[in-house]
Unconditional design. Sequence first.
Lengths: 263, 254
Amino acid sequence: MFISSIENFLRRQGKPLVAFISRLGEFSIFVAQSVYNCLTPPFYGRNLLRQIVDMGFYSLPVVGLTTIFAGMVIALQSYSGFMRFGAEGAVASVVLISVTRELAPVLSALMVAGRIGAAMAAEIGTMRVTEQIDALTTLSTNPFKYLVTPRIWAGLIVMPILVLIGDVIGIFGGYVVGVYKLGFNPANYVNSTLQNLQAIDITTGLVKAAVFGFIISLLGCYNGYKSKGGAQGVGTATTNAVVSASILILIFNYVITELFFSK
Amino acid sequence: MSENKIEIRNLHKAFGRKVVLDGVDLDIVKGESLVVIGGSGTGKSVLIKCIQGLLRPEEGSIKIDDEEVVGINEEQKEKLHSKMGMLFQGGALFDSLSVWENVAFDMIENKKVNKKTAKNEAVRVLRSVGLAPDVADLSPSELSGGMQKRVGLARAIASRPEIIFFDEPTTGLDPIMADVINDLIIESVKGLGATALTITHDMASARKIADKIAMLYKGKIIWQGTVKEMDKTDNPYVRQFINGSSQGPIKVEI
């Protein structure tokens, strides 16, 4: 009697634990397979090109809008905040540092995760439930190489470029607010931006961008690839892709910052 | 070398606690068209997926051309798949590609045939399944169900496979279109001299395309024989299934 109730208790705890661990295992295998297939031929150049255009070119408006307003609001906030200490002069460098180190990579990645991660999960998920992935296999084509690899490479290549563009636009946003609203002298603002420009601010942003690009593509593909159960399954996969990618982006943002900047 | 193209012995496959295949033994003779019949959810699709290596059985052996295929690596699998073609139930056409790119997929991606030759060949195959050349540039989503089946068939036979699988080829089609597809299947299988494995529960289709019929029930092959033998058999399971009666030894699990 007593033993059986312990057994029942353990069983209740065990089931979700086993499910969690098996999912973790499944994900790890998926990651390993992705990395392996990314490095071994054949490569599908046409698919990679399509993904780069989808992920990069068509994300430009979204990334541009998010980063310009991020730069603008940082200029405004830091000005009103720093005025208390009489440190208004630091606005340009605060905009520079916050945009290049944090805002451009993180906000762009979150926007791209919503735009592209969801699309990947939906497209691959639909291919899964309509047996198109099985069809690829029966046509002697490795679905990993055909579907997953181009998307992961696209993420790694495109995100740093997007972030670089986002850096410029974000700093420009700060400049616009600084000069036209807060009354900075344009030449002084540009000068102080250039003087404070340091390679490490840009490079950490780009490293982040590449990692985020990998995360977005990986989770978009993973959730799509493993989706099951028709339209509802694809819906769940899409949601999971965006949510899990966003959370991982924020976690890795901290981890990478810690790696680069903690003394 | 035996005359069997595919030899299945004691095949077991379960999903969690649900046993789907429980010791399937089946031989498919080279050049023959075998139809596996059985109710929905009896594991017909699982059987095909095991043969193709899309699912890994827990136990048993599958030999194709006398070579074991259970547990082979990815590279060997790709080689194996180049011998096979498959017509999927829902067509499974790639909707990001046009109709001719679907049909020419294997030529373009694996055989590196140039685009123009591949397109000409695709149009030729499309014509052989009764589709006009102007269909070639459409997207699969613009086609009717019957036309999608034809394109799926064209894609399955385009690489001239030795083995072709048909997963419920007539499901979801009107009776006339179903018969057209049956004719196309017979034509293309005979034309290629291929070995065919069809799974279906459409008896009219089974009668028409089968050289031999096998019935799958509760994870086992419980009966096999020719169409004539099927009509004469007194096996109560087969009788119930071909008559489509709710009364008999097969109980529908609700």
